[in-house]
Design a protein around this ligand. Structure first.
Ligand code: GUN
Length: 289
């Protein structure tokens, strides 16, 4: 009988992998506790942007789950840059604090770069400090920002080989595009970074064996941007025309063509927090090695 072959991508389950990583972190945290070492993360939120409140709440929950002690600094919108810098410096000086995270975005009157640079590179669990970014670009040890680290972890745990592969990153932000490009390069991928000035984005994207999409435009990448059998990683967190949460990739059409794809929600999103927890343990180990 005639049998129609329908190609369907493997759906990458970020929620499951995130839980596995948090369980691994939990064990490491417990082992450190046995030696009398507490892992501590300080989280600063300035003002009460609703999205930031959700993210910070999720970070606190993940700390509780893994056994990491969390210190919450929820400070008013009117806080001055000087006051915030003073708080960061005081946390840098505290022996009992391993990681410092300042939730972004900050209110407009505060210079984000200045605040990020004030965090001690030894406590930079977000991996946003120029020292961390520099180390990453030179292939040296250091904190890797959490979303890019989570993307690599997903690829590895789904046995998607990066070595020698054509990797195309759409987006060049400091938080995702640039660091994920560096990580793919470190894994011996052949890496192209596309952005709003790229002449023929579709043509470049179609070369990818691994396509990473981080542009912040709902369902921008449709099936005609994707090579048959490519792995597609969607970093977007957007709303569609009905206000429903979706990614930068048109999941329904692309899943018919890709070999593997991350959904939104439940793909890259949960990985960010898992990798943050992992970075906190790394910070503690750096201090106690
Ligand atoms: N705002 C959105 N994502 C992040 C993140 O990963 N870290 C921080 N500090 N702020 C964010």
């Amino acid at each position: 009988m005639f049998k129609m072959e329908v190609n369907m991508a493997e759906i990458i389950d970020g929620k499951k992998v995130s839980k596995d990583i948090k369980d691994e972190v939990k064990e490491k945290v417990a082992a450190l506790k046995e030696k009398g070492i507490d892992v501590t993360l300080a989280v600063i939120q300035v003002g009460n942007d609703p999205a930031s409140t959700v993210y910070v709440g999720n970070k606190k929950k993940a700390c509780e789950y893994t056994g990491i002690r969390s210190l919450a600094y929820e400070i008013p919108e009117e806080t001055t840059e000087e006051e915030l810098l003073k708080l960061v410096h005081s946390l840098n000086d505290r022996e009992d604090v391993d990681g410092i995270l300042v939730q972004l975005p900050l209110p407009a009157h505060i210079d984000e770069d200045k605040v990020i640079q004030a965090i001690s590179p030894q406590k930079d669990v977000d991996g946003f400090h120029p020292v961390s970014m520099g180390a990453l670009s030179m292939g040296q040890k250091g904190f890797v920002s959490c979303t890019p680290a989570g993307i690599i972890e997903l690829l590895k745990r789904y046995n998607i080989d990066i070595d020698g592969k054509e990797c195309v990153v759409i987006g060049r932000s400091n938080i995702v595009g640039k660091p994920v490009a560096m990580l793919l390069l470190r894994e011996n991928g052949t890496v192209t970074v596309c952005h709003s000035h790229t002449a023929d984005l579709k043509e470049v994207a179609r070369r990818a064996d691994i396509l990473i999409v981080a542009i912040g435009k709902a369902k921008f990448v449709t099936a005609d941007y994707v090579k048959e059998g490519a792995a597609v990683i969607d970093v977007g967190m957007d709303r569609d025309e009905n206000g429903k949460l979706c990614g930068d990739v048109d999941f329904e059409s692309v899943k018919e063509k890709a070999c593997a794809i991350t959904p939104v929600p439940g793909g890259v999103g949960p990985m960010t927090i898992a990798m943050l927890m992992n970075n906190c343990v790394y910070a503690s180990m750096l201090k106690h090695k």
